[in-house]
Design a protein around this ligand. Structure first.
Ligand SMILES: Nc1ncnc2c1ncn2[C@@H]1O[C@H](COP(=O)(O)OP(=O)(O)O)[C@@H](O)[C@H]1O
Ligand SMILES: [Mg+2]
Length: 217
């Protein structure tokens, strides 16, 4: 469960989020909508314990911003997969290596890595592209690769920060469908977007941020 209790965070320049309270149940799929600068990325960074509130409390899977330390931050992050607008794939590694990287970092045995990576590549529909470098993939394919990298650790939570921001409408729709498929396996999903047309009518809760203030649609 993700819970914000009266959370405020102010960046050195301008606001971040303002007295924000909300909760997301385990296994939920929630959209976060709001214009550029409304605080979506700030909210996600607070969940990832990349930022800490100036006041209020952030709780993620039982870990609290008030008591967390360096060791437990690593634990918290192990259970969170991140997807970004600009994919953040490593340009000098191929698709397979990019997706396998988080498992290498965690010290998984090679044999386990290859079966997990194969499974993730199949799930996102990129079989046969294992040897492609990021610049040999379309935007939609790169974003699906970054989603495969996010799920490879089998996290409880996926934070997708404007994952369709650089994609055309068809690839955007496919990516949301893919997130819905991953959600069906029990993963909690929070997806930020400023494209209301993409997320409306999907029967999911929509949190709307405006100037750092949140309301539920
Ligand atoms: N690192 C930063 N330093 C100073 N101000 C920032 C920083 N990051 C974001 N802000 C400001 O905080 C507000 C919210 O930003 P952000 O959370 O990135 O919004 P969004 O993701 O919705 O576009 C904006 O006014 C932005 O200019
Ligand atoms: Mg943002």
């Amino acid at each position: 469960m993700i819970e914000f209790q009266n959370v405020s965070y102010t960046h050195s320049k301008g606001y971040g989020v303002n007295n924000l309270s909300m909760s997301i149940e385990d296994g939920g799929f929630t959209f976060l909508i709001g214009p550029t600068g409304s605080g979506k990325t700030t909210l996600m960074r607070l969940i990832y314990f990349d930022l800490f509130p100036n006041s209020g409390i952030v709780k993620v899977n039982g870990l609290s911003s008030e008591t967390i330390n360096r060791k437990t931050i690593a634990m918290a992050r192990r259970n969170i997969g991140m997807v970004f607008q600009d994919y953040k794939l490593l340009s000098d590694r191929n698709l397979y290596e990019n997706i396998a990287l988080p498992l290498h970092v965690l010290g998984f045995p090679i044999r386990d890595i290859s079966s997990r990576v194969d499974e993730a590549i199949e799930l996102v529909g990129l079989e046969g592209k294992e040897n492609h470098f990021p610049d040999e993939l379309s935007g939609g394919e790169q974003q699906r690769a970054s989603l495969a990298r996010a799920i490879i650790k089998e996290p409880d939570v996926i934070l997708a920060d404007e994952p369709t921001g650089n994609l055309d409408p068809v690839a955007s729709f496919e990516l949301v469908r893919l997130l819905e498929t991953i959600h069906e396996t029990g993963t909690t999903i929070l997806m930020a977007s400023h494209n209301y047309n993409l997320i409306k009518g999907r029967g999911r809760p929509i949190f709307e941020l405006k100037n750092g203030i949140l309301r539920v649609r």
